[in-house]
Design a binder for this molecule. Structure first.
Ligand code: GAR
Length: 193
């Protein structure tokens, strides 16, 4: 059974989908802890599923490195097989990447390498593209630059706003994420940096 620690910053709708999938007895992975860099709304999903949570508030530390050391310590307490970034809106610090890579995956709301970074949906809209997408990647030292595990196109529709487009991308992300975790857990997918 693959054990997962999930890190979030926001509403945690993708986290919730993963919690629902992982609560099925046949699913080969379990969420053992959910962490956040702020008082994230999505932590409530973990609590509802009885999963322990931790918060390492980014703004409480003098530097990203200090924040990273505490985040690494919290993760080490759980010894997860895989870390899933499900809407964590911070760059993971080297302390965590060096310790856990390549066993860290990230879900991103664009068809990487198009539109990396914190505003993947907004940037795609601003560029006026007809299609964007969703991607699941392995985290490396760069910004959304690691190996792509899965991705799918999502059309941009006339009149789309950042919110409507993001709402159509998220269900695709959820499906890709759950499938990727399942394939990692069963050994169908091997991670490398
Ligand atoms: C997801 O779309 C995820 O891909 C994105 O944040 C959203 C979180 O939604 N992450 C990034 O943009 C990371 N660069 P959720 O909190 O509802 O799951």
């Amino acid at each position: 059974m693959l054990t997962l620690a999930v890190l979030i910053s926001g509403t945690g709708s993708n986290l919730r989908a993963l919690l629902e999938a992982a609560s099925h007895p046949d699913f080969p992975a379990r969420v053992i802890a959910v962490g956040a860099d702020r008082d994230a709304e999505g932590l409530a999903h973990a609590e509802e599923f009885g999963i322990p949570t931790f918060t390492v508030p980014y703004t409480a530390y003098a530097s990203r490195e200090e924040w990273g050391r505490e985040l690494a310590a919290q993760l080490d307490a759980w010894q997860p097989d895989l870390i899933v970034l499900s809407g964590l809106m911070r760059l993971l610090p080297p302390a965590v990447v060096e310790r856990y890579a390549p066993n860290i995956i990230n879900t991103h709301p664009a068809y990487l390498p198009e539109f990396p970074g914190a505003h993947g949906v907004r940037d795609a809209l601003a560029a006026g593209v007809a299609e964007t997408g969703a991607s699941i990647i392995v985290i490396d030292d760069g910004i959304d630059s690691g190996p792509i595990l899965a991705q799918e196109r999502v059309p941009v529709l006339p009149g789309d706003t950042e919110a409507t487009l993001h709402d159509r991308i998220k269900p695709v992300e959820r499906r890709l994420l759950i499938d990727a975790v399942q394939r990692i857990a069963t050994g169908d997918l091997t991670l490398s940096r």
